[in-house]
Write a protein that binds this ligand. Structure first.
Ligand SMILES: [Fe+2]
Length: 129
């Protein structure tokens, strides 16, 4: 069972960004399923790594797009991306060091981490277009 299901309300009305957001949802669901199946640390760690890598790619693409469209809140949005990136890297580090076990609470955190950003911040550049 998936943790996050794509819904139309998540759309930012830009197809390429919706596509990338779906990809991120897919990666969080993958991590969720790996956790539920009781996969070992190595599998969880590499899945988390994929999520981090794709998050960075996506944020770069999104920032480039906002730059191109002359989006006025780019600076604030970039700050939020930096904070979100840090949060997920911190999770990874704590997981690596054995200080953090992936639980449903952590997965819920990641779900909110992504969906709140899409709904509250990304949607604004979608409206700007
Ligand atoms: Fe964003």
């Amino acid at each position: 069972m998936d943790l996050i299901t794509w819904e139309d309300k998540l759309s930012v009305n830009i197809q390429s960004m919706d596509q990338e957001h779906k990809q991120l949802i897919g990666l969080i669901n993958e991590l969720h399923n790996a956790m539920r199946q009781g996969q070992g640390k190595l599998v969880l760690s590499s899945t988390l790594e994929n999520l981090i890598r794709y998050t960075q790619t996506h944020f770069t693409n999104e920032e480039k797009l906002m730059q191109e469209m002359g989006y006025p809140n780019l600076k604030e949005h970039k700050k939020e991306h930096a904070a979100l990136t840090k949060q997920v890297i911190d999770l990874q580090n704590r997981h690596e060091q054995g200080e953090l076990v992936l639980t449903i609470e952590i997965m819920q955190f990641l779900k909110n981490w992504l969906t709140h950003h899409i709904l509250n911040t990304d949607k604004k550049y979608g409206e700007f277009v």
